[in-house]
Design a protein around this ligand. Structure first.
Ligand SMILES: Nc1ncnc2c1ncn2[C@@H]1O[C@H](COP(=O)(O)OP(=O)(O)OP(=O)(O)O)[C@@H](O)[C@H]1O
Length: 302
């Protein structure tokens, strides 16, 4: 269990994390989502005791990170790939971590096996591919067999096989009853991996919900209907008079705020020939962009 209570971090004039409170429960994958610069990494760093809050608290298993008697046995994390010394072998890197955390050396072989790096144990971390580096990072996170896991953008830059591997691993941890907090700026990735979502923007909580509730709440919002007609301009005006919002292309219209059957009925009533009438569902990704639109740091001009 991870608990944030009024967690706040200020860097000079930047309020990176702003009065954030939420709970991450065991047995579930909680997706931590927000556009670039939303404050996800800063929040995770504070949970891990790598950064001090300006105010508020973050606790793991009821304690601040510095109060945990054996931090690696409580919480494992993957913050960035390549955290290992490049000249150190995978085995030595993990052995060093195990020894400084009073974990048995036998655990090093176990975790190397778990992440599929047993054959690469003697190779230097600096020679690893991105995917292997990611596996090494996960091996380190698992060393203390912790009940809580924090992963910051773990699939960034991975090939499809690597992405599937991490996704399966994460789902497995939650099924074992662990608490998993997983950050991403990709809603599509979250839809496949997370049970719950915490969405932040500009350091503040925007939404918190089960992934199903989130989909239900936002399904429909932003749905569009593609219409092709030789009478685009006049039909667009007619649609707008009926309350729809219309984007006009050379020979197509993108209609929001009116269902496809209603567009079809209106066209029939007006005697407008339709060449195409296609409903398009808004994706979860679009719902997320809509939700965080005002919180994007450097958005395209609108
Ligand atoms: N050490 C620091 N010094 C000053 N400002 C910082 C520092 N770390 C983060 N920030 C600022 O705090 C804000 C939040 O950054 P953070 O990296 O936590 O966001 P994020 O959600 O993880 O973004 P991304 O998805 O891009 O990794 C940003 O405006 C960032 O520029």
């Amino acid at each position: 269990m991870i608990q944030l209570n009024g967690l706040t971090k200020r860097y000079g004039a930047t309020l990176a994390v702003d009065d954030l409170s939420f709970t991450v429960r065991p047995g579930l994958v909680t997706g931590f989502l927000g556009p670039n610069g939303a404050g996800k990494s800063t929040t995770m760093r504070m949970i891990l005791g790598l950064d001090l809050p300006t105010s508020g608290t973050a606790t793991v298993l009821g304690r601040a990170h510095h109060e945990l008697p054996h931090p690696l046995r409580a919480v494992g994390s993957l913050l960035e790939a390549g955290a290992a010394h490049p000249r150190r072998t995978a085995y030595k890197h993990l052995l060093y971590l195990a020894q400084t955390n009073r974990l048995p050396a036998s655990r090093v072989d176990e975790v190397l096996g778990l992440v599929g790096l047993a054959d690469a144990a003697g190779r230097r971390a600096g020679e690893f591919s991105l995917g292997m580096g990611q596996r090494l990072g996960i091996a380190a996170a698992l060393l203390g067999d912790p009940p809580v896991l924090l992963l910051d953008e773990p699939v960034n830059g991975l090939d499809p096989e690597g992405v599937l591997w991490i996704r399966t691993l994460i789902r497995g941890w939650a099924a074992e009853g662990r608490t998993v907090l997983l950050s991403s700026h990709l809603m599509s990735e979250m839809a496949l991996t997370a049970d719950r979502l915490v969405v932040i923007g500009k350091g503040r909580l925007i939404a918190e919900a089960e992934i199903g509730e989130f989909t239900k709440e936002f399904a429909g919002a932003g749905d569009t209907v593609l219409v092709r007609t030789p009478e685009a301009a006049s039909f667009a005006r007619r649609l707008e008079l009926s309350g729809a919002h219309v984007q006009v292309g050379p020979d197509e219209l993108l209609v929001t705020g009116m269902s496809a059957p209603d567009v079809g009925r209106l066209a029939a009533a007006e005697g407008v020939p339709l060449f195409e009438l296609t409903p398009r569902r808004a994706s979860l990704e679009e719902a997320f962009m809509e939700l965080t639109r005002d919180a994007v740091e450097y958005g395209a001009a609108r």
